[in-house]
Design a protein around this ligand. Structure first.
Ligand code: 3H9
Length: 696
């Protein structure tokens, strides 16, 4: 028998104990072990207990096996085999019973769990649906509506709620195997036999069409949740065997879809991105108290993220009034968490009274282990601040800038301790957004980089290493695809058509809606900063500058590309913008042409991929996956495509290069193909090959 399932006979009860660390994923060895264990149990025991060793019951199918040839026994067959056992089979659950894990539990006849356990069917987050009976058995227990809600959200359900819903039969404190054995014994003592969920009555029919339409709309192009609804519908109309076959067909179609590849890429790489080979064995510096320079939106957000992860925070502002205003911002954000039930009043009081203080004196930073500067985005301002930090901070303190664009090497040079300086680029609102770019300057010490990643982990961020360049990974790529959008506008597309096309692609918002939200003055300032060094061949749209000159800075002024009415969500296209664009076209002698949605998406994505390839080729991002995670977690890139470079792999790199070359016939300055892309196409390789260590 395989070691992945340990077999032990305890009296009349055969224990099948999964031992496949770290999460008891249901790989081939586990599946065969379950079948072998069941067969042996049926020859010598009266009941079977399935339980997980280590930290959890089964956390699901082994995701690493997806896309590889299926090895028998498959998981659906294992669940059915368990369900058909002549012995009562009991699951004792701790940790997480997720996906295939919950499906095994639903194949067993009785389920008990410890109160801290969680169950759920999160397959849609991997671009698939529950494919081992989850869409057939769960609705028989909880009804179709509840099954739709659980499966399309993929949420983790606590043991007490699962008990209430009828997914679990009992919830009990204690050591999981002990409570499982006692429960199995009670079942035997009561003379109870198998109780197959598959033989329970079919769930009642609900309004599947409405649920399907809603899931398609919410999915913004992601098909798994809506497909899962069709599978659940099967449970209402078919017996268990036909229902399972229906589920299998839909599951296989999703398993073979590019969306599954994109989402599995996201799953593994959101974990891989913060594991840097060069940091192996490098201990981070101790961080328990931090300083934040600046109490504006960004500084307050960073302070809140730090406070919520247990750190002490000292905020520095230029005078007492500004310090008071910064403290109020922090308090307001935390109060919002209290209102949403995410923070108790006691914790709020403890934070504000004990762990947070605002001051107008840099001297207050003497004890800080790490300081994050989030002041005005101007080199002179940053240099003055860092000279002050150099003066007041203790030896070994990490000095970080939250700059979005500026040269971290130059900032570091304004101190006498360059090795302690790095960039920590948060995204606004910093207490919400998951991305943290860790910008490593030429002289940054390895343990300072490790400290940045440790801080990211404490704050539950997705931390990505970036080298130094204008805009680092994310904003540099953003600038390029925004420029591509502006070029399309000059040539005939409207900003509103571009927003519609890119939300249809799967972005939560289009680029012009995002600009309105962020504030148009930000892009304006960047354009002015870069104007002196701009290449004469660069096409520059100026209509956005004219909007800013008229004081239209987006949502905060009620007018940008869209007009915003107080109290209403979203805006309506501003006709004045159209007039400005038309005037600019006339000035430049451009005859506008129509752009199809496909063409908008293709050009926009080609611009993004080309710049991303340059960012990787220059070593600013070490691996394609680093770029993918930056775009997923900081820029609203649709997760089901895995990131722009995974998307590019899925489309075929040769076609993308060919399109870039054809666009270059109109503008060979903007559309200069990335050398890395050219080399990959010549070698017949993909970006993902580079993630796996390949070179070109
Ligand atoms: C499914 O079941 C399909 C079926 O319906 C149908 C089949 C026919 N497989 O997240 P962590 C790795 S689909 C392989 O850092 P945590 C993970 O990569 C599956 N590996 O820990 C990491 O590796 P590394 C449905 C897996 O404590 C390590 O384990 N199930 C799997 O923060 C630790 O993970 C899910 O979608 C897996 N299934 O969170 C659950 N799961 O150390 C997916 C984890 O090399 N998993 N790994 O980086 C999770 O949500 C979290 O891992 C979990 C633990 C909550 C379990």
């Amino acid at each position: 028998m395989s070691n992945a399932i340990e077999y032990e006979l305890k009296g009349d009860i055969a224990v099948l104990r999964a031992n496949n660390p770290p999460v008891n994923a249901l790989g081939h060895a586990v599946r065969s072990g379950l079948i072998a264990g069941l067969e042996r149990a049926e020859s010598e025991a009266k009941a079977v207990l399935i339980v997980g060793a280590g930290r959890t019951y089964f956390a699901g199918a082994d995701i690493k096996e997806f896309g590889k040839p299926l090895l028998e026994p498959g998981l659906p067959g294992v669940c059915t085999r368990i369900e058909r056992s002549p012995l009562p089979v009991i699951s004792a659950i701790h940790g997480t019973a997720l996906g295939g894990g919950l499906e095994v539990a639903l194949g067993t006849h009785y389920r008990i769990a410890v109160p801290s356990a969680k169950v759920g069917l999160p397959e849609v987050h991997l671009g698939i649906l529950p494919g081992a009976g989850g869409t057939q058995r769960l609705p028989r227990l909880v009804g179709a509506d509840k099954a739709i809600e659980m499966i399309t959200s993929g949420r983790h359900v606590s043991a007490p709620e699962a008990l209430e819903l009828g997914i679990l039969d009992e919830v009990e404190e204690g050591e999981v195997e002990a409570i499982g054995l006692a429960y199995a014994q009670r079942i035997l003592d009561a003379g109870l036999g198998p109780r197959p969920v598959g033989q329970m009555p079919r769930p009642e029919v609900v309004d599947f069409d409405t649920a399907y339409e809603a899931a398609m709309k919410r999915g913004r192009g992601q098909i798994a949740p809506a497909t899962a609804i069709r599978s659940i519908e099967g449970a209402c109309h078919k017996g268990i065997d036909a229902g399972l076959e229906h589920e299998r067909n839909l599951f296989m179609a999703l398993l073979n879809s590019p969306q599954r590849e994109g989402m599995v890429h996201a799953f593994f790489n959101e974990r891989a991105v913060s594991k840097l080979p060069e940091l192996k064995g490098v201990a981070p510096r101790e961080v328990s108290a931090i300083g934040v320079i600046g109490g504006g939106t960004m500084g307050a957000g960073i302070a809140v993220a730090a406070l919520l992860s247990g750190l002490d925070v000292t905020m520095i502002e230029r005078d007492a009034d500004a310090a008071k205003a910064g403290a109020e911002r922090v308090s307001d954000i935390l109060q919002g968490s209290v209102k949403r039930g995410k923070l108790t009043n006691e914790k709020f009081d403890a934070i504000m009274a004990g762990r947070f203080r605002a001051s107008d004196s840099y001297e207050a930073l003497g004890d800080a282990d790490l300081v994050i500067e989030a002041a005005f985005e101007e080199m002179g301002v940053k240099k003055t601040i860092f000279a002050e930090l150099d003066r007041v901070c203790k030896k070994g303190a990490v000095l970080a800038s939250n700059t979005s664009y500026l040269d971290v090497n130059e900032i570091a040079a304004s101190t006498s301790r360059r090795a302690d300086v790095l960039g920590l680029h948060f995204f606004s609102p910093a207490h919400v957004m998951k991305l943290l770019e860790i910008v490593v300057a030429a002289d940054t010490a390895p343990d300072v980089v490790a400290t940045g990643f440790a801080l990211g982990k404490m704050m539950r961020k997705i931390a990505v290493r970036s080298g130094v360049c204008d805009g680092f990974i994310g904003n540099r790529i953003l600038k390029t695809y925004r420029t591509c959008a502006d070029h399309m506008v000059l040539d005939g597309a409207s900003p509103f058509e571009i927003d519609t096309a890119m939300t249809a692609f799967g972005f939560a918002m289009g680029p012009f809606e995002v600009a309105d939200l962020a504030g148009l003055d930000i892009g304006w300032a960047t354009r002015k900063r870069l104007a002196p060094t701009r290449d004469a061949r660069e096409r520059v749209a100026t209509y956005a500058d004219k909007m800013c000159e008229a004081g239209h800075f987006g949502q905060k002024t009620g007018q940008g590309y869209y007009v915003y009415e107080k109290g209403k969500r979203g805006g309506t296209p501003d006709v004045n913008v159209t007039a400005l664009i038309e005037a600019e076209r006339r000035e430049l002698g451009i005859t506008p042409r129509a752009f199809s949605q496909d063409e908008i998406q293709r050009r926009y994505m080609c611009a993004m991929v080309n710049e991303a390839a340059k960012v990787v080729g220059e070593g600013i991002a070490r691996r394609p996956l680093d770029v993918d995670m930056v775009l997923l977690f900081g820029y609203g890139f649709p997760r089901h495509w895995g990131g722009p470079l995974k998307w590019a792999d899925l489309q075929g790199l040769d076609g993308i290069l060919a399109d870039i070359q054809s666009y270059a016939k109109e503008d060979d300055f903007f559309w200069q193909p990335a050398q890395l892309l050219e080399r990959l196409v010549a070698a017949g390789k993909t970006f993902d090959d580079l993630n796996k260590g390949d070179t070109v």
